[in-house]
Design a protein. Structure first.
Length: 112
């Protein structure tokens, strides 16, 4: 199932980036996040919380702690599927173009 709305797609990308940048060291594979007081990360976490993708568990000034909700994980799964499908389409298109180039070159070499 692909992500239908551009806003959902961007929120999924934002959440994926938060998992890369803000995941706590103690939960390298879990969904606990810490903004470390970085303004961009804090604002991104607040956006994802408003979208219902994460739950803020504690806020100390600009430092935000949160956990990824099931809705967030589900959106990330849809993003991964969509990115895989998009990559496969690009690879197929790239291979098709290469085959056409090879075929065109072969046709041109027979006339020599």
């Amino acid at each position: 199932m692909e992500i239908d709305r551009r806003e959902d797609y961007l929120s999924a990308l934002l959440l994926a980036m938060l998992l890369e940048h803000c995941r706590t060291a103690s939960t390298a594979t879990g969904g606990e996040l810490f903004s470390r007081g970085i303004a961009a990360d804090t604002h991104a976490m607040l956006h994802c919380a408003e979208a219902g993708l994460i739950e803020i568990t504690k806020q100390l000034g600009p430092r935000v702690f949160a956990v990824v909700l099931p809705e967030g994980w589900a959106l990330l799964e849809r993003l991964a599927i969509q990115q895989t499908n998009d990559m496969n389409k690009r690879l197929k298109l790239s291979c098709t173009r290469r085959l056409r180039l090879v075929a065109n070159n072969d046709e041109g070499s027979h006339g020599d």
